[in-house]
Design a protein around this ligand. Structure first.
Ligand code: C2E
Ligand code: CA
Ligand code: CA
Length: 588
């Protein structure tokens, strides 16, 4: 019945086609004719990219296509008439044979096997085997094979890529976190023997900037090699991104073992590295955290190591720090502020406040000190004593300092000629940048006479490299700018320094003044410093003058200039422009 319907349908179709003028090919009289034309059949199946075979009930190959010959590594003539047992290892042949038998009995199976290719590589194949029964009752196994080795390889590669850093081949952050979790979840004795080291390269950006990115990459690869060589066989070494690396150390007494590893890493990193474009010297800072501080989850441990790393950076880099409980609270806000500070300039959150300084004699106005202000969108006003050190830490001080100089000089250029402008220069800025060139260019651009510029620096700015400092002094003073030693009397200010470098002025630290007035000892100290300045022939500024009582004490001693809330608090220029300085003059 079914067959008749099919025949009628076919006839109808032929009718329709004929009506459309389509010429029909002569119908093949029977399947015998098709099989007879074996060459034609082979021609067709050889063009199929997947291996195809037909086996008889004795499991002998009857037909194979070219792809099958290639997979087996034998020719058509060699394969036909033989069984798997003639070509593949006995165990494998037995599996194929058992499967073939099941196909003949049940009709169809999917075989998923790993086979050895003629070239000796393991290939993963899926063979779809189906039973074919001819009219005479003869049964065959028809197989069509898909080689999924490439897919499996890609799959493995994808998994590897997802867990590793492309450049260095080290584990990435995701894998490190996973392994760290594994270590924490281990039984408590083992977990206690886990250490986490975060490693950050100091000055890597400089290498990138001066040698190029290719050299930077080479250095990172070299660093990966150093870490892998120093880490133990059970440790995980990871690159977290940029110039940040991490090691999870396992199975060793903590924190001693982590400290030993950190020390070795720092020593190995400090050796000059040979790059194509020259030799680079770079150092590493390491932060360490472990579970000996008490139980902690993965995130907590990462954060603690990060805080310790931050501590190492803050303590001068090229060193390691172990997490301490106190680090947590102190540096949390700092870390949060870092990113914000980077964006502060672009977002226009920075401004300058100007505080006047006056002549000690007649209290006439001599000029203004520019003081940096940051209004954070969430935290509000943030003290420069908080964010200037952060800017120094994260290498942002040069950018910030440039902004301050540019903005302050541009403002001061519009003031009356008699007024000076004092700008604070960070030790980092003084040591790292071509400060004289920057001052010269900025002065030229804004049109201000460099003789109206005071640059205020503190002792650390010059002590690191006195010879260099002297050269910087020469150029700056050569163009007329003055150099002021700020915060004199705070900490370890040395009188020796005043003899070594030609400062134009010293500014006595606020802390000395804070007790002046009612404390006779403090009065005596201030008097001694002021007289010293006079003896050495330095003009002296006293800053932080808040009360008339303080002013009275100072007035009994030799002093050149005064600054403090008594004479004016730091305020935006707009407020001064309206009052103290004649607005007409300013806009002239
Ligand atoms: P500094 O250079 O010693 O600046 C003087 C500081 O004393 C200012 O604090 C000022 O507001 C404050 N001050 C002035 N008169 C009085 C007074 O009579 N009583 C009291 N209690 N304080 C007074 P500020 O603005 O918070 O700046 C703190 C420090 O931040 C500055 O100390 C300076 O080291 C740094 N800083 C400020 N602006 C800049 C800048 O543009 N660049 C750099 N590198 N550092 C800056
Ligand atoms: Ca200052
Ligand atoms: Ca000061």
């Amino acid at each position: 019945m079914i067959r008749r319907t099919a025949v009628i349908a076919r006839v109808r179709n032929r009718e329709i086609l004929r009506r459309f003028g389509v010429q029909m090919a002569p119908r093949l009289s029977s399947s015998i004719a098709l099989l007879a034309d074996l060459d034609a059949l082979r021609g067709i199946i050889d063009r199929v990219p997947h291996p195809i075979f037909v086996k008889d009930e004795e499991y002998r190959f009857v037909i194979v296509n070219a792809a099958m010959c290639e997979l087996m590594g034998h020719s058509y003539e060699e394969l036909v008439g033989r069984t798997d047992a003639d070509f593949v290892p006995g165990e494998q042949a037995d599996i194929f044979k058992a499967n073939d038998r099941r196909v003949l009995d049940t009709g169809e199976i999917n075989e998923n096997e790993e086979v050895l290719s003629p070239a000796g590589e393991i290939r993963t194949i899926i063979a779809r085997k189906q039973r074919m029964v001819l009219a005479n009752g003869a049964r065959f196994v028809v197989g069509c094979i898909t080689d999924i080795s490439g897919f499996r390889r890609a799959e493995a590669q994808i998994r590897f890529n997802a867990e590793h850093d492309v450049l260095t081949g080290l584990a990435n952050r995701a894998l490190l976190r996973e392994r760290l979790q594994g270590a924490i979840d281990d039984d408590s004795a083992n977990a206690l023997r886990t250490g986490l080291l975060l490693i950050d390269l100091d000055g890597f950006k400089n290498v990138n900037d001066s040698f190029g990115h290719a050299a930077g990459d080479a250095l990172l690869i070299e660093m990966a090699g150093i870490l892998s060589a120093l880490a133990g066989p059970h440790d995980i070494v990871a690159r977290l991104g940029g110039d940040e690396f991490a090691v999870v150390q396992r199975g060793l007494a903590q924190p001693a073992a982590s400290i030993a590893l950190a020390t070795a890493i720092i020593a190995a990193t400090a050796k000059p590295m040979n790059l194509d474009s020259g030799q680079a010297v770079i150092t590493a800072s390491v932060g360490i955290a472990d579970l000996t501080h008490g139980p902690a989850d993965r995130e907590t441990l990462m954060r603690r190591a990060d805080l310790a790393l931050y501590g190492a950076k803050k303590d001068g880099r090229n060193t390691w720090r172990l997490f301490e409980a106190g680090m947590e609270a102190t540096h949390l806000l700092t870390r949060l502020l870092e990113d914000d500070l980077r964006k502060a300039i672009d977002r226009d959150e920075l401004s300058l406040a100007f505080q006047p300084f006056v002549a000690a004699g007649d209290l006439s106005l001599r000029g203004f000190e520019a003081l940096l202000r940051w209004r954070h969108p969430v935290h509000g006003h943030i003290e420069p004593s908080v964010f200037v050190p952060i800017a120094e830490q994260i290498g942002l001080i040069a950018t910030l300092g440039e902004w301050v100089l540019r903005t302050a000089l541009a403002e001061a250029a519009l003031w009356p000629e008699a007024l000076r402008v004092a700008v604070n220069v960070s030790p980092f800025q003084f040591g790292q940048m071509e400060l004289p060139a920057l001052v010269a260019a900025t002065a030229a651009r804004t049109g201000i006479d460099p003789r109206r510029i005071d640059l205020e620096i503190t002792e650390p700015a010059v002590t690191a490299d006195l010879a260099r400092a002297r050269r910087t002094f020469d150029v700056l003073q050569g163009m007329g700018a003055r150099i002021v030693l700020d915060d004199f009397g705070a900490g370890s200010s040395s009188i020796e320094l005043l003899r070594t470098l030609p400062f134009d002025r010293i500014k006595i630290d606020r802390s000395i003044l804070s007790r002046v007035g009612d404390d006779p000892v403090a009065n005596a100290v201030l008097g001694a410093i002021l007289r010293l300045g006079s003896t050495l022939d330095f003009p002296v500024t006293v800053e932080g003058v808040e009360t008339e009582a303080q002013l009275a004490v100072i007035r009994g001693e030799p002093c050149d200039e005064l600054q403090g809330f008594l004479f004016g608090r730091p305020a935006p220029w707009s407020e001064w422009a309206a009052g103290i300085v004649l607005p007409a003059q300013r806009r002239a």
